[in-house]
Design a protein around this ligand. Structure first.
Ligand code: MOS
Length: 695
């Protein structure tokens, strides 16, 4: 092998699928139309709790084009599901408003939708309870929280330390329910072929979805194939199976024809997951110089009555700052609501809003600069585990951010900078996200023409993963990216972990590098000559990842914001956002920058706009579309800058990279809320920062 090519990792290689995407050649799940396909129109419960008594399909079935109506009384039976949300049409119970109770199948989408409106579903409604309150009598302590973290942890004696602390901050913060809205709504095309199931699905993880579906339909995983060549965003909402996938597969099985199901934007607000609302109490006890003696962070959250989803909201607080005394815990209440799910940096995002707002309150209480306060509380080792950090460059991010942002000389007094009607302020917050890796496999084939094909069931949900993996493979093979072709997005390829937890590139990249190195060794044995049929090598990283050295691996960042608040109307505009990140080696500066900017924009959106509003009587989220669920638009983000500090961490993976998909959102909302306080003197502890919360 020759290694004359310039390194591809670190270069701004344009997206390898960019042309396909802008010319429409890239095909998304719903664009696949098998011969003889039917269209599904799901019907959703109109009560928040109770039972379906009867479904009268007479009128619906009389409509032209309608082929079948499937509901719990006639649906095929499924094996018991680990995730009870997936026991679709298996019982008459209704656990939340919007739950699927039936599906109409017709020759065209219009016929299906029209007939769905004519379906008569009779219910026995029961009183519902949909309101999250920290003092809810049914609050309980889940056995663990997501990603396997302990529900509660305690170090030292936080209560005594708080009682003795000269400076105390004690504040309660709330974040609302928020709904993921990827550009491509969820969609599934399901086909059964001689006992096997093929799904074209908009998913973040083909391998994982295959396992889930195989278990539900009682089949070996090899009989299920999930194809997701292109996915238009997910943000966590496509990270696990949601009921529509099962509904499509069930319906296709029932009628013996392929079924196409596109979740509408409106339906997404009930059936594809959302971020739990949170109530969080944070208490910080400190010396007058800002050094923390105690941190107590308690989170109260919701799940549904059918499945336990316990978000790990206070987990980042366990590793952010040095404090000899600490307690963090989670409590959950099961309400008559849809099951929450993953949404960009679940846990870190709401948790760090509370912690980083409280740190700003502490800075003000101590009269210490908020950048300096964080530097003073920098731990030497991971406070959560006692382990060394593989690398931790939060201080470098804070310092570099302060320099670029022009933080020096900031007047800490709130509410004193005026530009006409506008009050102007700046704020800072820290950011963090774990650097996870999960086992994956890959294969690579050398063709006789000097080209290579890399195969792995990874997914590119718009992140640029296909491009990053091309660069990684090119370097590992000692060739140019143009000689490498990636095959991804198909569960028939070597199994890969989900595009989630900001661990896709690190996990898949490890497998790709190992397979490429194995191929290079194999080629050397063949004196560099590729046999006529090509040469293939494979790798599986299960053992490597399970055996990796125990270290605390996290990415860090610092978020800076400048806001202008109209003193008369309360209208808040973010004038500038700057994020500085330490995330190991950056594989592609163009796609990485896009990831950071996307995350920061979502953080801005969270700070000022996003809120799913629960109606207590109605038992549902009231805003079901983008007219009522507000997201940041271009006009809301005039100046967002992301950059990174050099970080050389040999303890991560062969690329030296940390995940970058989620860290951009973490801390952004706190930086903005802190800037709003600096501008106005009003501390908004409840997101989003609406006008009336400022006036
Ligand atoms: Mo991300 S919420 O882990 O897909």
């Amino acid at each position: 092998m020759t290694t004359t090519a310039a390194p591809a990792v670190g270069s701004a290689l344009p997206r390898v699928d960019g042309l396909d995407k802008v010319t429409g050649r890239a095909r998304y799940a719903f664009e696949h139309t098998p011969r003889d396909a039917l269209y599904a129109a799901p019907v959703q419960a109109t009560i928040a709790r109770g039972e379906v008594d009867r479904v009268d399909a007479t009128e619906a079935l009389r409509r032209p084009g309608v082929v079948a109506v499937v509901w719990h009384a006639n649906a095929p039976r499924l094996a018991p599901a680990d995730d009870a949300e997936l026991a679709v049409l298996q019982s008459p119970r209704v656990a939340y408003r919007g739950q699927y109770v039936a599906v109409v199948l017709a020759e065209t989408p219009h016929e299906a939708r029209e007939a769905a409106r004519l379906l008569h579903v009779e219910y026995t409604a029961e009183p519902h309870d949909v309101e999250l309150r920290a003092d809810h009598p049914k609050m309980y302590r889940p056995a663990q929280v997501n990603a396997g973290y302990a529900t509660d942890e305690e170090h030292g004696d936080p209560d005594a330390a708080l009682a003795a602390a000269p400076v105390v901050v004690d504040a309660t913060y709330t974040t609302p329910a928020e709904h993921n809205n990827p550009m491509e709504p969820h969609a599934t095309v399901a086909e059964w072929h001689s006992g096997g199931l093929v799904l074209h699905d908009s998913t973040q993880g083909a391998s994982a979805l295959r396992r889930t579906l195989a278990a539900l339909f009682g089949m070996p995983p090899e009989q299920v194939r999930v194809i997701a060549r292109h996915v238009g965003g997910g943000f966590g909402s496509k990270g696990r199976a949601h009921p529509h996938v099962v509904l499509a597969a069930l319906a296709a099985k029932q009628v013996g024809r392929p079924v196409k199901l596109a979740v509408t934007r409106q339906q997404m607000f009930a059936v594809t997951g959302y971020r739990t609302p949170t109530v969080q109490r944070v208490r910080l006890g400190a010396e007058p110089d800002g050094r923390l003696a105690a941190i107590v962070h308690e989170a109260f959250e919701q799940s549904s009555t059918i499945a336990e989803f316990a978000e790990q909201t206070t987990v980042p607080t366990r590793m952010m700052y040095a404090a000899p005394h600490r307690r963090t815990c989670h409590r959950l209440v099961r309400l008559d609501v849809p099951t929450p799910s993953w949404m960009r940096a679940p846990g870190e995002t709401p948790g760090m809003f509370a912690l980083e707002s409280a740190m700003d309150e502490l800075a003000a209480a101590c009269g210490v600069d908020p950048v300096e306060l964080r530097v003073r509380n920098e731990p030497a080792t991971d406070p959560a585990t006692g382990l060394p950090f593989s690398s931790r460059n939060l201080v470098a991010c804070l310092r570099e951010g302060a320099r670029r942002f022009g933080w020096a000389g900031r007047d800490p007094r709130p509410g004193v900078r005026r530009e006409g009607r506008l009050l102007v302020g700046t704020g800072v917050a820290a950011s963090t996200y774990p650097a996870y890796r999960a086992p994956s496999a890959a294969s690579v084939t050398a063709g006789p023409d000097g080209d290579f094909v890399v195969r792995i069931a990874a997914t590119d949900i718009g992140t640029g993963a296909r491009t990053a993996l091309t660069q990684i493979a090119a370097d590992a093979l000692g060739t140019a990216p143009g000689r490498v072709r990636l095959e991804i997005g198909d569960s028939d390829l070597p199994r890969a972990t989900v595009a989630g937890g900001s661990m896709g590139t690190a996990s898949w990249g490890t497998a790709v590098v190992r397979a490429c190195h194995a191929l290079v060794a194999e080629l050397d044995r063949h004196a560099g000559r590729v046999p006529a049929g090509g040469l293939t090598a494979e790798a599986d990283t299960g053992e490597e990842i399970r055996g990796q050295e125990k270290l605390a691996r996290h990415a860090f960042g610092a978020q800076f914001a400048e806001v202008a608040v109209d003193a008369d109307t309360g209208e808040t505009r973010v004038r500038r956002l700057l994020g500085v990140f330490a995330a190991g080696r950056i594989i592609n500066p163009v796609t990485a920058r896009s990831q950071f900017l996307g995350g920061m924009t979502m953080g801005l959106s969270m700070a000022l706009l996003e809120e799913s509003v629960m109606d207590r009587e109605f038992g549902d989220y009231l805003n079901h579309d983008l007219a009522q669920y507000h997201l940041a638009a271009h006009a809301d983000v005039p100046d967002v800058q992301a950059c990174w500090v050099a970080e050389d961490d040999p303890h991560l993976n062969p690329m030296g990279s940390k995940g970058i998909g989620e860290i951009g959102i973490v801390g952004t909302a706190a930086a903005i809320a802190n800037a709003v306080h600096h501008a106005t003197g009003v501390r908004v502890r409840d997101l989003p920062i609406r006008l009336e919360r400022l006036l």
